[in-house]
Ligand binder design. Structure first.
Ligand code: IMP
Ligand code: MG
Length: 174
């Protein structure tokens, strides 16, 4: 199978180490309070699964799905909720868990949306951050790795719905 991957950016071991570090920092910041985790589908599904298993505090979990890319590799800039929350976040300490922040338009839209739903606070944890393409003011509270403007796949992250199953994060030529 030709995966078109020219290099591994982050190995499985590097990712697992980073997830543990992030979980420790996040738990310390939340200071023993319950954490309401929102996993942003589908890209964060593996990251959120690994991350929450490192938490020792009480955790609630819900998922949302937003689309700004469609089947393209470039953001359309128009964010749409395709799966809303099932649970109430009123008064909760929300931690958004995202795979990648690129333009920031998705996170900008989502944080506004959640604040309007009456949560106590919203923090953002992203595994990858691509600051060079930012079009909004949003910044993550917790960042796994900062990367340049590459199209990456693996560890839950897709290119046209493929490669999510790779245990590492790689760079794909498009
Ligand atoms: P933003 O609104 O431009 O910040 O879009 C971020 C979303 O675009 C992420 O949640 C990903 O789903 C997707 N995305 C951004 N960069 C990549 C990439 O390199 N590979 C796969 N998906 C990406
Ligand atoms: Mg995403």
């Amino acid at each position: 199978m030709d995966l078109n991957i020219t290099r591994v950016l982050f190995s499985e071991e590097e990712i697992q180490k980073k997830v543990k570090e992030l979980a420790q920092i996040i738990e310390k910041d939340f200071a023993g309070e319950d954490i309401f985790v929102i996993g942003v589908l589908k890209g964060s599904f593996i990251f959120v699964s690994d991350l929450i298993r490192q938490f020792t505090s009480k955790v609630e979990l819900d998922f949302m799905s937003l689309s700004s890319y469609g089947m393209s590799t470039k953001s359309s800039g128009v964010v749409k909720i395709t799966k809303d929350l099932d649970l109430s976040i009123e008064g909760k300490n929300v931690l958004i868990v995202e795979d990648i922040i690129d333009t920031g338009l998705t996170m900008d839209y989502l944080t506004q949306y959640l604040v309007n739903k009456g949560c106590k606070q919203v923090r953002i944890c992203t595994l990858l951050d691509k600051p060079t393409k930012r079009k909004s003011q949003v910044s993550a509270d917790y960042v796994g790795f900062e990367i340049e403007d590459l199209f990456v796949v693996g560890y839950g992250i897709d290119c046209k719905e493929m490669y999510r199953n790779l245990p590492y994060i790689g760079y794909v030529e498009v």
